[in-house]
Structure formats: structure tokens, C-alpha cells
Design a binder for this molecule. Structure first.
Ligand code: SF4
Length: 320
């Protein structure tokens, strides 16, 4: 296959006050080269933890099992020094809050160019490359602005600078964790358009983590829906968001009217997200699911194919 990253049976346990908590449970999916895969879920779904495992920045004490195949190497068992070699280069990350991800005491140009300098590129070349990168992500007047500090940038420009930082290492995969959540709506749309353009121009893959279905509808080729650390549904973004097979995906979609039509009335999701520390038995979504029957409380639904390219973990999936 053309999978750039193949995640197989990934489970992550984090230490908790009452023993380890399984925050990601038996998750498998692939990120295809040159495509955007969207990881969707509410808080506690394990989506951010999954992305964090890929970049190798899990909190201390995390126990990981399963595999994450990257060009024939397993990121799970890879030595830390090899993982560090990938980080920021082949695999780069864009964070939710550029304000805290950028160093306030260093110029933007210095931060964008850091990976190039560390790679031994001469100073003058780094400067030119940084200016080119800032120009490519739409920072105006990069010849002047590369020498400015983060506080002299607006929120949207800071996020553009973060994108430039990620691009500096010529990555094959960009992980973007809620890249637009901290921005206001009009700036969000521009950053999404930028991410889409950059992905198309560079032919790189993107793993986009978001709770926001409007973001997903804009950019994701494939989507992976997670709930309480488990997989719910995988499939082409357009199909999954227009005809969800899993009741949870369906509930998410109808809670955001703009995803389906401009006029529909939003039906808020009932109840609150299950916590992985207190995961309900059987299907973890059963306390919130209108379709739940007795078997849902006792038997964990396994992922199975319901249509070509579409997998669902539900005892009673919707027709697709
Ligand atoms: Fe609802 Fe049962 Fe499907 Fe879970 S397995 S989503 S509870 S119908």
C-alpha cells in the first residue's frame, strides 16, 4: 500500500492515581502519503495522545504497545536518538497554541531557521531560506518581519510562522493538533486554506487532530473517529461526514448544522464524553446512544468493513 504511517493495535497506558489508565485502546489506521487524515473526537477520545505518540512526545511513564510503522521502522520500539532524528524533520508538528509553542525571547526568523542551523546550513543561506519560507506561508514583508519577535505578530501570523517552522525540515508528515482552535473564525479559514495549499504543493501527508467537524469537512481526505480511546469509524471524509455509519459520528454531525446544511437545526449531543479512566462496558458510547440494546452493554463492537474503504465498530451501524 502507499501508507506512509501504519498504526497497528496501538494502546497507550498513562499512570493514574488509581493505577494505569488506558487512554488509547487497540487503535489501527493508516496515513497515506500525500493525503490528509483527520482524527476526530471529543476530549478524552485519545486523538491527541495518538498524535503525540507518533511524534514521540508522550508524558513520562506512558506505556505503549502495538506498532507504528514508518518506512519499515517501528516508532514504538525505535531508540530515542533515532526518534529525535525524525522529529522536526521527516515528522513535524504544528501545535494548537502558537503563543506557547514559540519562544518569546527569540526572533521568529531564529526559530523558523533553527532546524536548518542545526543541520549545518551556513548563516546567510539560513536567512534566505527563512525569508522564503515566511513568504510561502503568507507572512507579509518577510525581509523585515523575520527579525521581529512573536509578540509583534498577530495570532494568525504566529500560526503561519509555526507552519513555516514545520516546513523548514522538509517533512513527509505534518501533525497538526487543533491548529485553528485558538484563532478567530475568519483567521481559521485562512489558516486552513494555507494548510491545504501547502499540503498540495509539497505533496506531504498530514495528520490533523480536531474536534471541529467543519475543519475536517474542509481538509480531511480520510477521517478516523475516536471515542473514549477506541475507534468508532474510519472512511473517506466526504462519505463519513455526509452519511455516518456509527451513531456517535452521526450524533457529532447533527450537532453541527453547517456540516450538512445551512438551515438544519443543531441537535446537541446528549450526555458528556466517557472518561477513559471510567470507560463504560461493552460499547463505550452505549450510555449516550439512542440505538443501544442489551448486547451493547456487554460486548465490545469490533471494527468491521461495511462498505469499500469504510470500517465501523458498532453492533447496529446505520446504512451507508
Ligand atoms: Fe450504539 Fe450499540 Fe452501536 Fe454502541 S454498538 S454505537 S451502543 S448501537
Amino acid at each position: 500500500t502507499d501508507a506512509l504511517l501504519q498504526i497497528e493495535h496501538l494502546s497507550i497506558d498513562l499512570p493514574g492515581p488509581a493505577g494505569p489508565v488506558r487512554v488509547v485502546d487497540d487503535v489501527s489506521f493508516a496515513v497515506a502519503a500525500g493525503r490528509t487524515t483527520g482524527l476526530i473526537g471529543e476530549s478524552g477520545s485519545g486523538k491527541t495522545m495518538t498524535a503525540t505518540a507518533v511524534i514521540g512526545l508522550l508524558p513520562a511513564g506512558a506505556e505503549v504497545s502495538g506498532s507504528m510503522w514508518w518506512q519499515g521502522e517501528d516508532l514504538v520500539t525505535m531508540a530515542e536518538k533515532d526518534r529525535r532524528r525524525l522529529r522536526g524533520r521527516a515528522i513535524a508538528m504544528i501545535f494548537q497554541d502558537p503563543q506557547s509553542a514559540l519562544n518569546p525571547t527569540q526572533t521568529i526568523g531564529r526559530q523558523v531557521g533553527e532546524i536548518l542551523r542545526r543541520g549545518g546550513m551556513p548563516k546567510q543561506e539560513v536567512r534566505q531560506k527563512v525569508i522564503d519560507l515566511l513568504d510561502r506561508v503568507g507572512v507579509p514583508d518577510p525581509r523585515t518581519r523575520h527579525a521581529q519577535y512573536p509578540h509583534q505578530y498577530s495570532g494568525g501570523l504566529r500560526q503561519r510562522a509555526m507552519v513555516a517552522t514545520a516546513l523548514a525540515g522538509s517533512p513527509q508528515l505534518i501533525l497538526a493538533d487543533e491548529p485553528t482552535t485558538a484563532l478567530d473564525v475568519t483567521v481559521q479559514a485562512r489558516i486552513l486554506a494555507l494548510l491545504r495549499r501547502i499540503r498540495e504543493e509539497e505533496g506531504m501527508a498530514m495528520l490533523l487532530v480536531s474536534h471541529d467537524l467543519r475543519v475536517m469537512a474542509h481538509v480531511a481526505d480520510e477521517v478516523v473517529v475516536m471515542y473514549a480511546g477506541r475507534l468508532c469509524e474510519i472512511g473517506p471524509g466526504r462519505e463519513v461526514l455526509s452519511s455516518p455509519a456509527h451513531p456517535y459520528t452521526r450524533a457529532l454531525v447533527v450537532s453541527v448544522p453547517a456540516v450538512r446544511s445551512r438551515t438544519a437545526i443543531a441537535e446537541p449531543l446528549p450526555g458528556s464524553p466517557a472518561s477513559p479512566a471510567d470507560r463504560p462496558s461493552g460499547c463505550p458510547f452505549h450510555p449516550r446512544c439512542a440505538k443501544a440494546r442489551a448486547v451493547c452493554r456487554t460486548e465490545v463492537p469490533q471494527m468491521r468493513q461495511v462498505a469499500p474503504g469504510r470500517q465501523v465498530a458498532c453492533h447496529f451501524p446505520e446504512e451507508t
